[in-house]
Every structure is written in C-alpha cells, then in structure tokens.
Write a protein that binds this ligand. Sequence first.
Ligand code: ZN
Length: 251
Amino acid sequence: MVLCVLHRGPNLRLFCLSFFFFFAVNLRSGAEQKVVFITARVHPGETPSSFVCQGIIDFLVSQHPIAKVLRDHLVFKIAPMLNPDGVYLGNYRCSLMGFDLNRHWVDPSPWAHPTLHGVKQLIVQMYNNPKISLEFYIDIHAHSTMMNGFMYGNIFEEEERFQRQAIFPKLLCQNAEDFSFSSTSFNRDAVKAGTGRRFLGGLLDHTSYCYTLEVSFYSYMLGGTTSTVPYTEEACILYKSIHPSECFECT
Ligand SMILES: [Zn+2]
C-alpha cells in the first residue's frame, strides 16, 4: 500500500514515496484488531534501522511458530522508511526540505512533511476507531555513540503505567543478547516533544505503549563480559534471536 506520494518537480517525481506494509493473516473477522505499528528510517543516515526493520518483517512473514502465533493475534502495520527523499539524497538527518521529521509530530504539514502527515493521520484514525486497539508504537533508529540495542520510553504520572511500560524492554533484554535494559531510559525532555514516541505517548491512552528502539551503529557488549561483538548486516537482524538466553542485566 502506498502511504503518500509527493511530486517535487518534473525531474524529482519519485521523491517522497513511502510504502506501507501490513500483516494480518489469521484474524477472526469481527474480532477487535490489536495493532502493532512500526516505523523506521525517519533519520536517513541511520541505516541499521532498516536492517532491524527488515529482520522484523522477515520474521513476521516466516513459518516460525511464534511468527504464526503473532499473526493469529495481532495486526502489524509497518512504514519501513519515513524519510525516503532524505535517504535518496544521502542526507544524514533531514528530509529533502531540511526538516528533522522526528521533531514535527505535533503538527506535520501535508506539504512539508508528507510521510509524517500520512502516518500520523493513519494512527489517529486507528485510535478513534472503536474496533481497533493500538497496542504498540515502535520507532526504529540507530545510535552513533551508544552500544547495544536499547529503548527510550515515556514518563507518566501514574506509577503503575510507568512500571508497565518498562516490562517490554525488560523482556527484550531477557530474549535478545544484544539488547540492554540498563541503557534504556525514560524521559520527557522538552527537546524531544516532537518525536513520535513522545507525541503518541501523550496522545494515546494507558493501554498503548510507545517506544523509540535504538540500535548501535557499531557493536554490542555481551552481558557480564567486556567483549564486544560488531554488528554485521546479519547481526543487525536484532530480534531474530527469540530463544530466551540468560540475561545478566535482569538477574
Ligand atoms: Zn534517529
């Protein structure tokens, strides 16, 4: 499905074409749709974001028994490249027009931030649909100085909601050897107010969980050791390892 198309003149017609996938194979008709919404590559220089997103898609369409269970119970909506014109131009952080799209979630313009506008409209429509429950929003990035995979989450006044939000990154830490819960942090910095994770965390109700998933550009440290493992294209398929392994940070 094409999310939006924007023409930038006669020679640049293909800019801003953003594809959108969704997977739901075995849901009962009439059942409430529980949706996991994933976005990636809003920052064009963060190529590991695309490898991780590709790994998630490959797993979800596989015949792995856990993938089948996920498809039986959840709808996955994935926008794998939120900044296609920036990627095409080789930009590091901005779109064609020079915007950091991950600072414009509050009021995206259909003209200046078309992919963001399209995704936000879709999410708001789902949120207002009583037959849909938006369970997770995960925005995939890559980090240029930190190691491992980790998350940013939101801070809420309600202690119970805040604690619930920490469960998912703890589970990731237990099940993926390169994911670090100790590097995961929760904040509400003003400078991050325009990010997807912050904006949707404020818009959606307490049943939804919103995260930024970061993966290092470089390598990860194995828990309990000082040895580092470089991320290769294959290793960047971060959550392929779904068999629980000992988690040194959580124990
Ligand atoms: Zn980023």
